[in-house]
Design a protein around this ligand. Structure first.
Ligand code: NAI
Ligand code: MG
Length: 338
């Protein structure tokens, strides 16, 4: 029996995760849920503990994790979000962050040029190193802040290799090696070496600023993009918006070597709409589809994705997509298409 750890989290997290779980349940494939709904900002404020050892062991003992969002306006310290999400990512060594961006329906694209707006790409993010690696050095008194961007040969090679395993049409490596020479040279060398092992995949390189421009000019150009932690953070939000909006974006944090994965919608806890019943459940439902795929339920994942497509095409949408359905109604509309 497949056991799924579920961390609904804060804000709209529990609202959208409820729809994702109902959708997985509707597939009747017998996945068992272990819901850890006490991992949230309220618990952190009361106890000062973001993720207890007991909870970590419980999560690591499952086959995969579905997470809503963590973050709360009452918690100012980054210790909470880091303590939950970043510590799961690093302790489980979930080094590949895979973010598909696919336009669900033509009228959701913000791009004016109708011919070249059908984005369908996967952005692969190095999830454990780079500028967000956590090594922060401050020189007190001098008003100098230094954040260090770390790239290791092992880290770059494993993420580039994983990206190649996902490539269908082409592979684009994004960096800023013209301005960040040390890490840039390492990414460039490993990129060329790995590309040589994949002669059947069309490979190319873009600087991060040019990649942002080209994503808007013609997103259909892209298949798989691989890049570091910080550039992906920015490019994947851009791609998510081109694909229809933050509320629909899904992501998987994967360790391809162990097969363990944590899937989550790309959006946060959205305190501005929490409790209004208007949160879009599509990002969470598509995150569950990613999870099903990783757990070996490929045809079920595909069925969920096409059910989402049909529901959205039929106009069953929450307000962020121009509709008037509630979170619950939008989730039910997807299940009705299953
Ligand atoms: P956010 O993604 O929560 O919200 C940004 C905007 O998008 C808001 O206007 C929100 O209403 C809207 N939005 C987000 N998801 C939506 C959905 N499913 N349906 C409809 N509208 C949606 O980002 P924000 O406001 O910067 O962060 C809020 C909190 O979430 C913070 O505490 C932040 O740290 C946390 N956060 C957590 C993440 C995670 O757990 N992976 C990721 C991003 C933010
Ligand atoms: Mg982000």
């Amino acid at each position: 029996m497949t056991r799924l750890a579920v961390v609904p989290g804060d804000g709209i997290g529990p609202e959208v995760i409820a729809q994702a779980l109902e959708t997985v349940t509707a597939l009747r494939i017998g996945i068992e849920f272990d819901v850890l709904d006490h991992i949230n900002a309220g618990t952190f404020l009361r106890t000062g503990v973001a993720l207890s050892e007991e909870d970590f062991t419980r999560i690591a003992g499952c086959d995969a994790v579905l997470l809503g969002a963590v973050g709360d306006p009452r918690v100012i310290t980054p210790a909470y979000a880091r303590g939950v999400l970043l510590s799961l990512r690093s302790r489980l060594d979930l080094y590949a962050n895979v973010r598909p961006a696919r336009l669900l329906h033509d009228d959701l694209s913000p791009l004016r040029d109708r011919a070249n707006r059908g984005i369908d790409c996967v952005i692969v993010r190095e999830n454990t190193e780079g500028l967000y690696g956590g090594s922060l050095h401050r020189m007190s008194g001098a008003e100098v802040a230094i954040d260090i961007e770390v790239s290791t040969a092992r880290g770059v090679r494993r993420i580039v290799e994983h990206a190649f395993s996902l490539a269908r049409r082409g592979m684009c490596m994004v960096d800023k090696s013209n301005a960040v020479p040390s890490g840039g040279a390492l990414w460039q060398r490993i990129w060329r070496e790995t590309a040589a092992d994949h002669p059947n995949v069309a490979t190319y390189h873009l600087f991060a600023d040019v990649a942002a421009m080209r994503l808007v000019a013609d997103p259909t150009e892209f298949d798989v993009i691989v890049t570091n932690n910080s550039f992906d953070d920015i490019l994947s939000d851009l791609a998510a918006q081109i694909a229809g909006g933050l509320g629909t974006a899904a992501s998987a944090n994967v360790n391809p070597d162990t097969g363990f994965c944590l899937c989550e919608p790309v959006h946060g806890s959205a305190p501005d709409i929490t409790g209004t019943g208007t949160a879009n459940p599509v990002g969470a439902i598509l995150s569950a589809a990613l999870l099903l795929e990783h757990l070996g339920y490929g045809s079920e994942a595909k069925a969920v994705r096409s059910a989402v497509d049909r529901a959205v095409a039929a106009g069953h949408r929450t307000p962020d997509l121009g509709g008037s359905l509630t979170t619950q109604q939008a989730g039910s509309a997807v299940r009705a298409e299953l």
